[in-house]
Design a protein around this ligand. Structure first.
Ligand code: SF4
Length: 453
């Protein structure tokens, strides 16, 4: 395994979209085309499957040094209402493009720290969104809660407007690691917010654990998983710390590269962590995600309904996902669009009745086929190259790349069906990269992506 890690540990995308953001083609994109594909997608899918909303709430009280999110560090509460009003206005701009009320199937609050906002303001935001929309019967509303500032009132307020899922960032319970990542978060805090969520009636509680953090050892990862087990979250994200300070700026400069575990140590943390998670009853769901048997992700995997979008893995696919808030990304299935990242610019554009996107991509026929392969691999560890696809992309080139991985026993290929082996699962990003025609045409600048392992 060690030599495979050396061979395959290269910079590579995490494939929350295909094409990945650095390969979006701005020449074929325009705001007008975005609106056209959006309307096409809405008409085709709103009545049958509904739409998804992602709302980015970018404020945090303090900076965690491992963080790769778009956020603004502040302690000022007076930023809350103007920001929410801008999000509601942006939503109003979208609703004007639709000829019927949007049916909201999924809604996710991410950040930043959604619980930076007061319970009353979060309720005001959600009620404002739902004023011009219909809540789907089987809707799934979720939010990211910070264990240090999520209160009973937050959980109750969001429960009252339809939220049943919450995920908490845990990372690691070791104090030395917590100090290095500037996120001191005792186990009692996580236990407290997990217990309260359960008491109120949340049906899916998730914890995020990260490996590969500064000063983190294999023992720390194992101890964190065992503590996590005692709280019985329904879902777990267990993923590798992405060290990209050249992209994320000073936030990730609070420690040295020498403080990070080596690639082999990280792999050991991952392998042993995964084994431990299986032993304590979690099933691996796609890349980096685990769920208990009662969770909807587990059932979706069983029913072959698992899907992945910018929000991560989801049990219910909607073809249209609208991202509201600064830096949010939207996906109309035919195109992607991203909002401006600066909060001031975001507010300025929306106040002037402009949907605040600044870049995007219209998917070509080739993109759509490759995206499906990558989705199938990421969700089901299996895909099939069909004969008629040869005219859309260079399948021979892809198969040539895959042959080497077959020789390394990462995949098995039978009649153009590619099945990822158990040994190959940690290398799923590399396997997807074999399909990535944009990468084949233009190699990435070395420091564009985090390492795949
Ligand atoms: S990890 Fe979360 S709370 Fe910490 S800075 Fe990033 S977005 Fe904010």
């Amino acid at each position: 395994m060690c030599s495979l890690v050396q061979k395959y540990n290269i910079p590579g995308p995490r494939y929350t979209s295909y094409p990945t953001v650095p390969y979006w083609d701005m020449n074929s994109f325009s705001g007008k085309k975005w609106e056209e594909t959006l309307q096409k997608s809405f008409s085709a899918s709103n009545a049958t499957e509904g739409i998804s909303l992602y709302i980015h709430l970018p404020f945090c009280e303090s900076m965690c040094t491992f963080c790769g999110c778009h956020k603004r560090i502040t302690k000022r509460n007076d930023v809350q209402i103007p920001y929410i009003q801008t999000v509601l206005k942006e939503w109003e701009l979208y609703c004007k493009l639709f000829d019927e009320k949007p049916v909201v199937k999924e809604l996710h609050l991410g950040g930043g720290t959604p619980t930076f906002f007061s319970p009353e303001n979060l309720k005001y935001l959600i009620n404002g969104i739902l004023k011009t929309a219909v809540k789907a019967n089987n809707h799934e509303f979720s939010f990211e809660g910070h264990p240090n500032n999520t209160t009973k009132e937050h959980l109750q307020a969001l429960y009252d407007v339809g939220f049943r899922r919450v995920s908490y960032g845990v990372q690691d319970y070791n104090e030395k690691v917590q100090k290095a990542i500037h996120r001191i978060q005792p186990f009692e805090n996580v236990k407290n917010v997990t217990d309260i969520a359960r008491e109120i009636g949340y049906t899916s509680i998730g914890h995020d654990i990260i490996f590969g953090l500064p000063h983190q050892t294999l023992e720390d990862v194992e101890a964190t998983i065992l503590k996590t087990k005692s709280l019985k979250p329904d879902r777990l994200a267990f993923y590798s710390y992405a060290h990209v300070p050249w992209i994320k700026g000073n936030g990730q400069r609070g420690y040295n590269e020498a403080d990070l575990p080596s690639a082999d140590e990280k792999r050991e943390q991952y392998e042993n962590g995964k084994k431990l998670l299986a032993e304590v009853g979690y099933k691996e769901i796609g890349m980096d995600h685990f769920a208990s048997k009662t969770d909807s992700l587990y059932k979706a995997l069983d029913n072959k309904k698992l899907h992945r979008n910018f929000m991560g893995y989801t049990a219910s696919k909607t073809q249209l996902m609208i991202g509201l808030g600064a830096s949010s990304i939207s996906d109309s299935w035919y195109s992607f669009a991203q909002n401006v990242k600066s909060i001031e610019e975001y507010q300025h554009l929306v106040e002037n009745n402009i949907i605040p996107i600044y870049r995007g991509h219209i998917l070509s026929d080739e993109d759509k086929i490759i995206r499906q392969h990558i989705l199938d691999l990421m969700c089901h560890f299996k895909t099939e190259i069909k004969v008629n696809e040869a005219s859309f992309f260079n399948a021979n080139l892809v198969l040539k790349k895959l042959k080497e991985m077959e020789a390394d026993q990462l995949i098995e290929i039978n009649n153009n069906i590619i099945q990822v082996t158990k040994k190959g699962m940690p290398f799923i990003r590399n396997i997807c990269m074999a399909f990535d025609m944009h990468l084949h045409r233009k190699a990435p600048e070395t420091r564009l992506f985090s390492m795949t392992i």
